[in-house]
Design a protein around this ligand. Structure first.
Ligand SMILES: Cc1cc2nc3c(=O)[nH]c(=O)nc-3n(C[C@H](O)[C@H](O)[C@H](O)COP(=O)(O)OP(=O)(O)OC[C@H]3O[C@@H](n4cnc5c(N)ncnc54)[C@H](O)[C@@H]3O)c2cc1C
Length: 495
């Protein structure tokens, strides 16, 4: 074997997964066809949940000056996301190239191997592993690993070679995107609907603005076709009346609203993550963030399988947990596309949604969906005395905790990507129950530092958190805790 896991693609998903797998102790080789990073700005930020995922791994200081925006939108209808506790519209203005550079440095520090200029061309899997063929400058090479993950973007050669289905709806709209220079543009951060379509403009750097132009009725152009700046400028002028043809562009691209999802996220020893598993309109900036969360969900599970302690079925929960999240992402981005980009036929829908969005519960619902904070996984074993805790299956909201080693944030406890048992009532029975999992689960006796923060844990003497930050058990019953530990962390250690 060349590695426990081979990842194809050093985009944000592949790089995050490489770091997660290394934290779990798996050896990783990433193959990337590009000899060097593109430097393209693409995804300009991430959602609240992706930001929390970065925080869980201690990555936030690597994004200096990071700011979050309370004001967001759904389909162009603007509202304050902070109506939902913990929510915001995410971090904005961070070019994807910067996010990738941060993740690449982190993955390399953790010991991942990244081979650039290596293009995956084919695969063959058997009972024990997967062999891939790659084209390199030195000719064709074979690599073998126990598992292969295709994090190779929307066109995913891995997905095609492994025979995954990828169904959905074909493109109906095309949009231009450009990072323009030398144009004095009025900011339209959240986009502006116009008679002929929609435009968006946001400052990216000194003298550089990101623009998007969508003209209703224009035929969709494929993602891979690179338009000329003159085409973008002409579309901008038709839509806004502003002439930007005297400026230039650092980068020009086009994209569509094609919406597709792999029917399964795992076929034997081959798995898909990120855009390889789902493509959609980039509405609400959810694409990169969903890939990051796919990686955080998959990393510890795959590492546990490779290490030999994974309980039966653990790896299958990657599909059962993340496929519904992907399907919901496709639904919400399609809905946003209809509302934001549709013509007069969508006016009644827009009017109705404008009325509904006055309601705080509707705002909370939409903010939860787009920010990724509403995700709730089925943790099983919901029956019994601890079945109904509101935290069960949800992400652990970040709180400051008082521990024996001083005040620590709950996110900090997850930096090493192991499970965490919060012993909130200094309960030796719970501590004893978790002792046999101490190689996989860190037990921390803690209380919420602020009385208001304690409310989130009300009724729970202990909270068991998976390495991805989701609560696997919250309650007081040691038998239920043992069941949760066995379900997610495998059998107790044999001493
Ligand atoms: C215009 C636009 C704006 C966007 N804005 C946002 C935003 O604001 N926020 C957001 O969250 N998302 C946004 N997105 C989406 C975001 O860019 C993608 O969701 C994200 O890049 C997906 O990451 P990934 O790692 O899954 O795939 P990719 O970033 O596509 O990475 C895949 C990698 O695989 C490599 N690869 C492909 N084939 C092979 C092969 N055969 N062998 C080896 N390597 C291979 C590629 O070179 C690439 O490096 C936007 C997308 C577009 C198009």
């Amino acid at each position: 074997m060349d590695a426990d896991v081979i990842i194809v693609g050093a985009g944000p998903t592949g790089l995050m997964l490489a770091g997660e797998l290394r934290l779990g102790g798996a050896s990783v080789v990433v193959v990337e066809r590009l000899p060097r990073p593109t430097g393209q700005s693409r995804g300009l930020g991430f959602t609240a949940r992706a930001l929390e995922s970065f925080e869980q791994r201690g990555l936030i200081p690597r994004f200096p000056g990071l700011e979050t925006s309370p004001m967001g939108h759904f389909g162009g209808l603007q509202f304050d996301y902070t109506v939902l506790e913990g929510a915001h519209f995410g971090a904005r203005g961070i070019p994807q190239s910067q996010t990738e550079a941060v993740l690449e440095t982190w993955a390399l520090e953790l010991g991942a191997e990244i081979r650039r200029g290596w293009e995956f061309t084919d695969l063959a899997q058997d009972e024990d592993g997967v062999e891939i063929t790659v084209a390199t400058l030195d000719g064709e090479q074979q690599l073998r690993a126990a598992y292969l993950v295709g994090a190779d973007g929307g066109n995913s050669p891995v997905r095609k070679a492994a025979g995954f289905s990828f169904s959905g709806t074909a493109a109906t709209r095309g949009m231009y995107l450009a990072d323009v220079t030398g144009c004095e543009l009025r900011p339209r951060f959240l986009g502006e609907r116009l008679d002929g379509g929609m435009v968006m403009a946001a400052p990216l750097a000194e003298g550089v603005d990101r623009i998007i132009a969508c003209e209703r009725g224009t035929p969709p152009a494929g993602r891979s076709e690179t338009p000329e700046f003159a085409e973008v400028a002409a579309a901008w002028q038709r839509l806004t009346g502003e002439d930007i043809s005297g400026g230039g562009a650092d980068w020009v691209s086009s994209f569509t609203d094609a919406t597709r999802q792999a029917g399964e996220y795992r076929r034997g020893r081959v798995l898909l993550a990120g855009d390889a598993a789902h493509i959609h309109l980039p509405a609400g900036a959810q694409g990169l963030s969903t890939g990051i969360q796919d990686a955080v969900n998959l990393g510890w599970k795959l590492a546990a399988v490779v290490d030999g302690w994974a309980p039966p079925g653990l790896l299958d929960t990657y599909h059962s947990e993340r496929h519904p999240v992907g399907a919901r992402l496709l639904m919400n981005t399609r809905a946003q596309g209809e509302v934001f980009l549709g013509g007069t036929e969508a006016d009644p829908l827009r009017e109705l949604l404008t009325e509904l969005i006055e309601n705080d519960d509707v705002k909370k619902h939409l903010a939860g969906m787009v920010s990724g904070l509403d995700i709730r996984y089925d943790m099983g074993g919901a029956e019994g005395p601890d079945g109904g805790h509101p935290l069960l299956g949800r992400r652990l909201p970040h709180r400051t905790l008082r521990t024996a080693s001083g005040e620590r944030s709950s996110a900090e406890l997850l930096h090493t990507a192991q499970g965490v048992l919060l012993d909130l009532a200094d309960d030796h029975v719970l501590r004893q129950a978790s002792a046999d999992w101490k190689d996989r689960v860190l037990t921390v006796t803690a209380t919420a530092a602020e009385p208001d923060d304690a409310a989130v844990f009300a009724g729970a003497a202990g909270v068991l958190v998976r390495p991805d930050g989701y609560v696997a058990w919250a309650g007081a019953d040691a038998g239920q805790l043992t069941a949760g530990l066995t379900r997610w962390f495998g059998p107790a250690a044999v001493l």
